[in-house]
Design a protein around this ligand. Structure first.
Ligand code: DMJ
Length: 649
């Protein structure tokens, strides 16, 4: 049979339109549209053309906002891909953390613990601050800034999409730097930041403002969406509320704490058919409940911790005992992500502090055994480079996968942090953790540390199959604090020197940006003749209100007492207030730290802003070295303090 001629084809199609191809029916439609258009009067045609032109102009005018929004979504997707967050006293008034015979001893049953006395309110200093504030009546929520700075929309403040910009704060000169003298330096203190109380009050005020947004628009939900005055759900477990519990206690916000506690007692249920991420729910929920239990002594929080802890255990039922990433806490089933049977190395090695503590408190060894097994296996694995670990581990084989990439950022970061912290938590007796930590710190110095040009900032880059990349995540800024903590615990003094150098770098990641806020990722320049030490790619310009830099500032200040670290933290807080504070309540992550005119809000307040960022800022500004003493507590990677185990155990 010969192929049909073009004529045959057309005639068949037009005579039998019902069986016509897609192309032919399109042609028919076009013809009929044209016929209808020709039937219109001249006036009708002009009106239609005018409307179309108007729509086109509107589209062009709103183009930047739309693209910003779309870019924000794209960046959020990348963030998920990277394993980022997908998705902020006094010693004698805190309950003593590690005394025998109190709630902290593992040998005490929960029955006995219920009978033990516990503190019924947050620390006294904080209550005094709160009273002073109420009495002076100068700090009106959402109306004035701490220290009497007015926050109004008619003059001193410009508002963009609901966020508040204060015009009376200094603007950073973040132009290109040619030599070290030109690097942004710590600014002289200014009122209200000239006193410890002024800064502590400013943190309390920031917390209250964030909490107002959460309370008004997201109460009991996971995360506040402050711009749209709504909420986002991740696990559906009141994540922000639980993450913020111990912060409220430490900041002395008694009313807020009591209200949140009531929600935990009456509304929080883990008997839900939801998939949760093992790591995120361990560090935020289990960690938050355990630390709140320790600070308050209230058995409510221990009961809840036991409940969530036991519901997470199915994650460890894998062929290799390396846990799956996700658990359904209602059904008791666990699974890896849909696309792989791998887990993330940082995730499976950064749940140990919490489960070990749960075992100690419950006297049930299963939790500690499960997470100890993971550490034992990772300790023995091939595929490390001078103690540095790859980013993925397979739940079937128990082996590292995607080998050859080494980073201190996403997917590996807290592995290093938890090596040191487990060693400290357990009373410095578990040598394997110390050995792995020391080897890794040497591996970092040998393979990942470099200096930028022109100012020789020390930074930790990444290695991919032998190729060095001068890329550093903001997440890496946990490292100065961890190194300093190690040095404080007797590890080499050079670790403290390195901590100071890296701290300077992390500060410059803020100070060199036009908003004074760090981007998510920076790339350092290493070639001679560079004018800037660091560059930021378009896709990396967002800031998620992350804590790592202020966390390290807290450690550095505690151990050195150098006031510049406090001043740097104060600058950062002011810039959070300037560019991320939303007038109706809450703080928002932003898309563009390089554009002070339009930082482009992302409409999300991560739970760690309350759980970590504001807590570390408060501790940084507090003059009391025993407010969560670093010789009595170890902070988990979500800033929840857990006790260092007493020597007698
Ligand atoms: C937090 O959940 C924890 O600090 C974690 O270790 C890293 N990511 C966020 C904060 O950036």
């Amino acid at each position: 049979m010969h192929p049909p001629s073009r004529k045959d084809y057309v005639s068949v199609t037009f005579t039998e339109p019902a069986r016509g191809t897609y192309n032919n029916s399109k042609q028919l439609r076009r013809q009929s549209c044209w016929r209808k258009w020709k039937q219109l009067s001249r006036l009708q045609r002009s009106l239609i053309l005018f409307t179309l032109a108007l729509l086109l102009i509107c589209g062009i005018v709103s183009y930047p906002a739309v693209t910003e929004h779309l870019r924000g979504l794209a960046v959020a997707e990348q963030e998920k891909e990277r394993g980022g967050d997908l998705r902020p006293v006094v010693p004698h008034v805190l309950p003593e953390p590690v005394k025998e015979g109190r709630a902290l001893r593992p040998e005490i049953s929960s029955q006995t613990q219920k009978r033990l006395p516990y503190k019924r309110g947050p620390p006294a200093l904080q209550n005094r601050l709160q009273k002073k504030e109420n009495a002076s009546n100068t700090l009106v929520e959402g109306d004035k800034e701490p220290g009497g700075k007015k926050e109004v929309e008619d003059g001193g403040v410009i508002s963009w999409h609901g966020a508040v910009i204060e015009t009376d704060q200094e603007t950073k000169d973040s132009k290109a730097v040619g030599n070290k003298e030109n690097l942004p330096a710590s600014q002289p203190e200014k009122s209200p930041g000239e006193s410890e109380y002024g800064r502590l009050e400013a943190v309390q005020e920031a917390f209250r403002h964030a909490w107002k947004g959460y309370k008004d628009f997201a109460w009991g939900h996971d995360e506040l969406r402050p711009i749209s005055k709504s909420y986002g759900e991740w696990f559906g477990l009141g994540l922000t509320l639980i993450d913020a519990l111990d912060t409220m206690w430490i900041l002395g916000l008694k009313d807020e704490f009591d209200e949140a506690k009531k929600w935990v007692a009456t509304e929080l249920s883990f008997n839900k058919n939801v998939d949760v991420n093992l790591f995120e729910s361990t560090i935020r929920i289990l960690g938050g409940l355990l630390s709140t239990y320790h600070l308050t002594g209230d058995p409510l929080f221990l009961d809840k911790a036991k409940d969530i802890g036991s519901r997470l255990m199915p994650a460890f039922n894998t062929p290799s005992k390396i846990p799956y990433s996700d658990v359904n806490i209602g059904k008791g089933t666990a699974h890896p992500p849909r696309w792989t049977s791998d887990s993330t190395v940082a995730e499976v090695t950064s749940i140990q502090l919490e489960f070990r503590e749960l075992s100690r408190l419950t006297q049930d060894p299963q939790y500690q055994a499960a997470v100890g097994e993971v550490m034992g296996q990772v300790h023995k694995l091939d595929g490390k480079l001078d103690g540095l670990v790859p980013m993925f581990i397979n739940t079937n084989s128990g082996q590292f996968t995607h080998q050859g990439i080494y980073t201190l950022g996403a997917r590996a970061d807290s592995y290093y942090e938890y090596l040191l912290k487990q060693w400290i938590q357990g009373g410095k007796k578990e040598d394997q953790f110390l050995e792995d930590y020391l080897q890794a710190m040497e591996g970092i110095q040998k393979n990942l540390l470099q200096h930028s040009s022109p100012n020789r900032l020390t930074f930790a880059g990444e290695l991919s199959h032998g190729q060095f990349s001068p890329k550093m995540d903001h997440l890496v800024c946990f490292l100065p604090g961890t190194l300093a903590l190690g040095a404080h615990n007797g590890l080499p003094a050079e670790h403290m020197e390195l901590a100071k150098q890296l701290m300077e770098t992390c500060y410059q990641m803020y100070a060199q940006m036009e908003t004074g806020l760090s981007p998510e990722i920076v790339h350092f320049n290493m070639h001679q003749g560079s004018t800037n030490d660091l560059d930021v790619k378009l896709a990396d310009r967002h800031n998620l209100l992350r804590p790592e830099t202020v966390e390290s500032l807290f450690y550095l200040y505690r151990f050195t007492k150098d006031r510049k670290y406090r001043d740097w933290g104060w600058e950062i807080l002011q810039n959070f207030n300037k560019y991320t504070k939303v007038s109706s309540g809450g703080y928002t992550s932003i898309n563009n730290v390089r554009d002070p005119e339009y930082p482009s809000p992302r409409d999300k307040m991560e739970s760690f802003f309350l759980g970590e960022t504001l807590k570390y800022l408060f501790l940084l500004f507090s003059d009391d070295p025993n407010l969560i003493s670093l010789d009595q507590y170890i902070f988990n990677t979500e800033a929840h303090p857990l006790p260092i185990w007493p020597a007698i155990e």
